[in-house]
Write a protein that binds this ligand. Structure first.
Ligand code: GDP
Length: 365
């Protein structure tokens, strides 16, 4: 019988150290049943990243394989990067089958926001996408909030048991949630995208529930995917979120790291007021039009990108577009952060890498 890695689910092999699923033959042929491939072992024990050799298409095929046998989908979204958690492949599945949506990283939301408000907001946003889940669970895998509620909701809708297909793009915290659900550190958790390679099936004892953990899809349009692996990690909301409020006049420029330039175009006396949110490792900087260009090219205090990926980032083709954001609306930079307009309208010209998605939505915070 072939043995599988308990971390990422890939079939283990003792032949080729440069291929996925490798582990030394002596370990593979030993008695130990809880085996980790070399890659998961290194991620788990040394936090070391080894790039994977699977394409986006491989990921998709793998998810499709598990679809036929699942009763319910459990998609996981990151509340801090909600739009960045979207992938058409996942949204299409949710339009077709019953789902219980899990919203993770509640711990990163300011205290004044009640989970029920978060749930209402999510319901509205999913409704706009044509998705109406059976229920929504708001959780934090970091502090355990709401995790048991996921089982309760599955049992409520499927009293005779269910096969639950856990879906999500990379870095939403899917592996962390599954670890919490099965009460043991089985799945590889890291800030590196794509750490689960194959679907991993786990029966939950005495519950008649089977979880099928699918690989994380890498969605399109995330700004975080334009920088190196290290910067990518720093952008992922995992620790603190920083917020800065601006009241600025025409021709002031706000820089988000060295990645995005926002030039204010409002020309009346009433200055717009807005707050900017992103991971605390993303620099915010206010300047004028002349200085902005120069800073974007070489200022090393503007991160990300870092010194290793700045030249490559700067060589990317850029788009320049004008957005008008009303009071109570937010401008979202998928995979990077968002801007919430307190007194609008805010009219801005945005210069950003081509392919990065920018969306206007109803305010969340
Ligand atoms: P996956 O790619 O979806 O399986 O995501 P992981 O479980 O590997 O988590 C991605 C990153 O998000 C890791 O750095 C986790 O520590 C972090 N993370 C996961 N869940 C939470 C959460 O509830 N709160 C916070 N603050 N960080 C989380």
């Amino acid at each position: 019988m072939t043995k599988k890695c308990i971390g990422c689910g890939i079939e283990l092999q003792g032949e080729n150290p440069n291929s996925n699923g490798y582990l030394p033959k002596s370990v593979l042929e030993g008695d130990n049943k809880e085996l980790l491939c070399q890659r998961c072992f290194k991620i788990k024990n040394y936090g070391q990243y080894i790039p994977i050799k699977m394409t986006k298409e491989d990921y998709r095929q793998e998810v499709k394989k598990s679809l036929a046998e699942a009763d319910v989908a459990i998609p996981v979204f990151d509340i801090i990067d909600f739009e960045g958690s979207f992938d058409d492949e996942i949204l299409d599945i949710l339009r077709e089958m019953e789902s219980i949506v899990v919203i993770n990283k509640l711990d990163l939301i300011p205290d004044e926001k009640h989970p029920s408000e978060v749930a209402d907001w999510v319901k509205g946003r999913l409704g706009e996408e044509g998705i109406s889940p059976l229920d929504i669970a708001i959780v934090s895998s970091k502090n355990g909030y709401g995790i048991n509620g996921i089982f309760k909701k599955i049992k409520h809708f499927y009293p005779d048991g269910a096969k639950a297909l856990v879906l999500g793009v990379t870095n939403v915290g899917k592996s962390s949630i599954i670890n919490k659900l099965i009460g043991a550190k089985r799945v590889t958790v890291s800030k590196f995208p794509g750490t689960t390679l194959k679907s991993v099936k786990t029966e939950i004892p005495f519950s008649k529930i089977t979880l099928i953990d699918t690989p994380g899809l890498i969605p399109s349009g995330r700004f975080s995917d334009f920088v190196c692996q290290e910067c990518n990690q720093n952008i992922i909301p995992a620790n603190e979120i920083s917020r800065k409020t601006y009241k600025v006049q025409e021709d002031r420029v706000i820089l988000i790291g060295g990645m995005i330039q926002m030039r204010v175009l409002n020309d009346d006396d009433l200055k717009p007021i807005f707050s900017l949110y992103a991971s605390k490792d993303v620099t915010f900087h206010e300047t004028n039009v002349e200085k902005a260009k120069e800073l974007m090219q070489k200022a090393d205090f503007l991160t990300p990108p870092c010194e290793n990926c700045r030249d490559e980032f700067n060589s990317l083709e850029k788009d320049v577009e004008v957005y008008t954001v009303e009071t109570g609306e937010e401008l979202v930079f998928k995979g990077l952060g968002w801007l919430s307009v307190k007194r609008g309208p805010l009219k801005v010209e945005i210069t950003s890498p081509k392919g990065g998605e920018i969306i206007i939505r109803e305010a969340f915070i």
